[in-house]
Design a binder for this molecule. Sequence first.
Ligand SMILES: [Zn+2]
Length: 285
Amino acid sequence: MLQDLTHGRLENEYRPVPPLDSDYVICVRGRDILLHRSRDDTLEFPTVSQVRRWSGTWTAWGSEPLRYVFRLHGVGYYLWMGPGGKAEEPFRYEMARSLRQTVSKEVCYTAMTGWHLYNWYKNNRFCGCCGAETVHDDAERMVRCPSCGNMIFPRISPAVIVAVTSGDRLLLSRYAGRGYTNYALLAGYTEIGETIEQTVHREVFEEVGLRVKNLRYYKSQPWGVDGNVLMGFYCDLDGGDAITLDERELAMAGWYPRNALPITDDGISLTREMIRTFGEGKEPK
Ligand SMILES: [Zn+2]
């Protein structure tokens, strides 16, 4: 999956240090992220020294235009705190959502995580209670309102990915009205006041009209491009297998045999790993 790097891990702990010239900067403009794509399709973020050279005319939201976000392999990553501006060739803005097709999991993972943080910072520049400008806390990743004391922590939306099984069959679906048109598992956000298990039961019933039992937790995945943490579950059909499709959410849903699943693992998404794992008969029983 996206977060399973070959070596090392994303060090998300908030331990800000001043940027070095060779550290990387994640610059966001609308839905896009500034990257250099080489001939062999490898992608690289601009460095601090490059961004400092270009950013004379760029807009920044506050007095600290480079905000520390995380480290990977000893290199610091910073966000440009404002809309990214014009950069020199060969750097170009690439759609954040399309980066899952990139050859580098590290770039995809860091870009999606940086994107998630950027949007959280952007949406919390002002206090939702009193409208005053917020400031960053010194000790942790949190912004606070100096006027009313409101504390705002990073927002992550929990959601479930559900593999409904019936013997050697797996329920696959396709979303309605979304950019991603390939096969998927059922998925949905947790409602306030609901347990994760209740989310699984509710989403399955809402989307395909089926009852399920024997929920087995598999793995989770951060999915920054949508601001989620996804939790994957397998479960068994409980009762009849006739599907009642929620056509607002899904374009189709159907049962597929374990030995003829029509989609392969891309090494990125929890959904695809769960489908492959079922195909191999290795899902938690
Ligand atoms: Zn306030």
